[in-house]
Design a protein around this ligand. Structure first.
Ligand SMILES: *Cc1c(COP(=O)(O)O)cnc(C)c1O
Length: 468
């Protein structure tokens, strides 16, 4: 007897193997919601399978964000999945935990009034930057109005900033005076800052860990320059530090670097808890030096959830789990734990930088030293005799699952193509070794099979993946 059966004779039942079930017989609906319900387990399998195409987050060396977590963090996330951070009256302990995190960070960043200053959690540094920027604008406007001066042409002076500052300036009608890169200078200098400051400058934003290269901008030197400007002209221009990455690095591995509230001119700071704070995705922090540095009329009081709760945020509802996890990490790791992990990241970054330079055609821009973030960025040597571009190398490494982005720099240096690796918690020395073997393998392949030459600027511009 033939063992094959006719397709239409298959009948489905609740005990089917997921891959022999009715749901898996056809592709998943894409455009229209199905009429009927389907089996949860099978549907879960089908959705999870689609996610395989995302690749492996741990091999994504482009992102700054947390991709490895302890099981305890995963549990806390699952256990708090139904808590809404905005319902401070319903979830008072989550609110208390948020406040403890603010106090801990205020002390870490040397606020002179650490236990009484103001700050809040946000969804990330982008929202935190928006809040910090708004406070600058409000403060500036208050001072101008008090003197009877015009308030219609505010500007903000920055180095090469992350896109959130472009958004802030566009949304709030502020002229951005972004210091362009010039030659080998890829960050702000005090002189470049001073040349752009005037009575309409609401603030200066140095970045602690520039997105493009990983370098720290010189906050103290800029602050000193602004002190001199004030002595000469009376202009008192505040600083907001975008410490998205550096806010969780410098305090541990470079404690003597004065970039924070130790400098009286630094009025506010933002950082991403979900970057080197090591919390799961979805938390940032905005803190002000003292209560007086956050204008009162930016704070809304909400009473319809019961109680009277001050809030300063763009979002309303958002999950509490990331904040609870952040607090867990502060307790779990302590300053020593953070220092140990971060130092390990720097060591791995510096090891990778050395080995990549040894390969020949590459020149480091940031070699993962402690005066920047644990990342490395490099370019092709101008005299490199190669038959590939960094974009080709990025594509080749993808075949092994590594995401090592190549991108062109912002205006004035769009000719410069850079490749960057972020070393994050969970990227071990052994993985670094595996990556090096793959890079060497790709170089050897390019040597035997030349790929592309002379990428035009337009082509390079199409590969801009730097906003991570
Ligand atoms: C990542 C980053 C941001 C944006 O932060 P999110 O937490 O992703 O919103 C802003 N500025 C800098 C310097 C960054 O590195």
């Amino acid at each position: 007897m033939a063992l094959h059966h006719k397709r239409h004779t298959i009948s489905h039942s609740a005990v089917d193997d997921p891959y022999a079930s009715a749901e898996m017989e056809s592709e998943l609906p894409r455009f229209i919601m199905p009429d009927d319900e389907s089996d949860p387990r099978t549907t879960y399998d089908a959705v999870l399978d689609e996610l395989m195409l995302d690749g492996n987050a741990r091999q994504n060396l482009a992102t700054f964000c947390t991709t490895w977590m302890e099981p305890e963090v995963q549990k806390l996330m699952a256990e708090s999945v139904n808590k809404n951070m905005i319902d401070k009256d319903e979830y008072p302990q989550s609110a208390e935990i948020e406040q403890r995190c603010v106090d801990i960070l205020a002390a870490l960043w040397n606020s002179p009034e650490a236990s009484s200053t103001v700050g809040c959690s946000t969804t990330g540094s982008s929202e935190a930057a928006m809040l910090g920027g708004m406070a600058l604008k409000w403060r500036w406007r208050e001072k101008r109005r008090a003197k009877g001066k015009s308030v219609d042409r505010p500007n903000l002076v920055t180095g090469p900033v992350q896109i959130c500052w472009h958004k802030f300036c566009r949304y709030w009608d502020i002229e951005i005076r972004e210091i362009p890169m010039e030659g080998g200078r890829l960050i702000m200098t005090p002189q470049e800052v001073l040349e752009r400051c005037d009575e309409n400058t609401i603030g200066v934003v140095p970045t602690l860990g520039v997105t493009f290269t990983g370098q720290y901008e010189p906050v103290k030197a800029v602050s000193n320059a602004l002190d001199r400007l004030q002595a000469e002209s009376g202009l008192d221009i505040p600083i907001h530090v975008d410490a998205a990455s550096g806010g969780f690095l410098a305090p541990f591995v470079l404690p003597d670097l004065e970039w924070d509230f130790r400098l009286p001119r630094v009025k506010s700071i933002n950082a991403s808890g979900h970057k080197f704070g090591m919390a799961p995705l979805g938390v940032g922090w905005a803190l002000w030096r003292t209560k007086e540095d956050l204008p009162e009329d930016l704070i809304f009081n909400v009473n319809y959830l019961g109680g009277n709760m001050p809030t300063f945020a763009l979002n309303f509802s958002r999950p509490a789990g990331e904040i609870i996890s952040q607090y867990y990490l502060f307790l779990r790791l302590g300053r020593k734990g953070y220092r140990k992990i971060q130092q390990e990241l720097y060591d791995t970054a510096q090891f990778l930088a050395k080995e990549i330079v040894k390969m020949g055609p590459f020149e480091m821009i940031h070699n993962g030293n402690e005066e920047g973030i644990p990342a490395i960025s490099w370019k092709l040597k101008s005299d490199a005799d190669v038959t590939f571009s960094l974009f080709d190398l990025a594509d080749a490494l993808r075949t092994r699952g590594w995401l090592v982005p190549a991108y062109s720099m912002p205006p004035e240096r769009t000719d410069l193509v850079v490749q960057r690796i972020l070393i994050r918690h969970g990227f071990s020395h052994d993985m670094a070794r595996l990556l090096l073997v793959d890079i060497a393998r790709m170089l050897d392949r390019f040597h035997r099979h030349p790929v592309s030459m002379n990428l035009t600027e337009a082509e390079a511009g199409g590969h801009n993946h730097n906003g991570k």
